[in-house]
Design a binder for this molecule. Structure first.
Ligand code: F6P
Length: 350
């Protein structure tokens, strides 16, 4: 059996752990040949591959990024001609199965290829933790740890100077990273993409804290926005399947808060530090479980499925049930409730 493997979309910590676990499982369980496809779907379109054997995947468990490279600019489902080419290339490479490790965009492409007859298995990855049907994706725990540390660091400097410190984290339109890191990093206010904030509510909390304590820490998700306003867009990229790059809401909020507060207001945008470097131990374990489950689905001929974690169990769901959907925070989320009950503000309080 020959199995192709590619990593698509933005990278995240734990991708190499999946590559390693999938390859080792397939070699160990059924002596399969694993073909690594370079730079995501771009490598499938121009047949750039490399053999992945035991040695090629040794020593990569704790390494950030992806040894195969990735790309979020290539969508083989764009036209009939490109999807035909992807299928023809998979056949020419002699692939019995293709494993796609990626985010929501890659899962939608994987579903499209599966519907055209390719034997595909999907493995969800994203620091955003927003893939439908999967309660935790690897990369998330690492990102939360990095943002938590950043919040702790800005807190001590904010405290020294009596400042309002705003830290912007990634997550696109989902607030999972902001919520968990905000709680773990003792933020006073957490502003989430799912809950539009009222500027006056944020000002009031900062005022109250000026009386109570010399500083405030605000953790804001990049997709958060003021009531009635649009999200802050850092850049538009027309040749990408993901044409909107969010970013800059922390600076916008700083400019709005500064004239209304006595304290100095400073903003930090964390950016790609949240996605680089080694995965946490939890992410290494989860990525290993996901890679192994993908190998099992391939061996069982269980195609058109995406590996998942649901109810604490590793399993799988139909790719078409997750393609095109995102998992966002809901108003009655238990963790959100806990945060409110201990006095963390979300900017929507009357
Ligand atoms: O989806 C993962 C993610 O890291 C988002 O949190 C962020 O908005 C986006 O990717 C950034 O993508 P890029 O690296 O292409 O700028």
């Amino acid at each position: 059996m020959r199995v192709g493997l590619l990593t698509g979309g933005g990278d995240c910590p734990g991708l190499n752990a999946v590559i390693r676990a999938l390859t080792k499982s397939l070699i160990h369980q059924c002596q399969a040949e694993v073909l690594g496809i370079e730079d995501g779907f771009a490598g499938l379109m121009d047949m750039r591959t490399r053999r992945l054997d035991w040695k090629a995947v040794s020593g990569i468990l704790a390494t950030g990024g992806t040894i195969l490279g990735t790309s979020n600019r290539c969508n083989p489902m764009q036209t009939q001609e490109t999807s035909d080419r992807a299928l023809a290339n998979a056949a020419a490479l002699g692939l019995d199965a293709l494993v796609v490790v990626g985010g929501d965009g890659s899962m939608a492409i994987a579903d499209g290829l599966a519907q055209q007859g390719l034997s595909v298995v999907g493995v969800p990855k994203t620091i955003d933790n927003d893939i439908a049907g999967c309660e935790r994706s690897f990369g998330f725990d690492t990102a939360v740890a990095i943002v938590t540390e950043a919040l702790e660091r800005v807190q001590t400097t904010g405290q020294s100077h009596g400042r309002v410190m705003i830290v912007e984290c990634m997550g696109r339109y989902a607030g999972w990273v902001a919520l968990q890191a905000g709680i773990a990093g003792a933020a006073d206010l957490i502003l989430l993409p799912e809950i539009d904030y009222a500027l006056e509510a944020v000002v009031r909390v900062c005022h109250e804290r000026e009386q109570l304590q010399r500083f405030s820490v605000i953790c804001i998700g990049e997709g958060a926005k003021e009531r009635g306003a649009a999200p802050s867009v850092a850049q538009r990229v027309c040749d990408s399947p993901d044409p909107v790059r969010l970013g800059g809401i922390a600076h916008r909020l700083r400019d709005q808060l500064q004239p209304r507060l006595r304290s100095e207001v400073r903003s930090t945008v964390l950016g790609h530090v949240q996605r680089g470097g080694p995965p946490t131990a939890n992410d290494r374990v989860l990525a290993t479980q996901f890679g192994n489950m993908a190998a099992r689905l391939v061996q069982d001929g269980n195609f058109g499925r995406m590996v998942t974690l649901a109810g604490g169990q590793i399993g799988s769901v139909a790719l078409h049930s997750v393609a095109g959907h995102n998992r966002l925070l809901v108003a009655d989320d238990a963790l959100l409730r806990t945060a409110r009950q201990i006095g963390i503000y979300f900017g929507d309080e009357a």
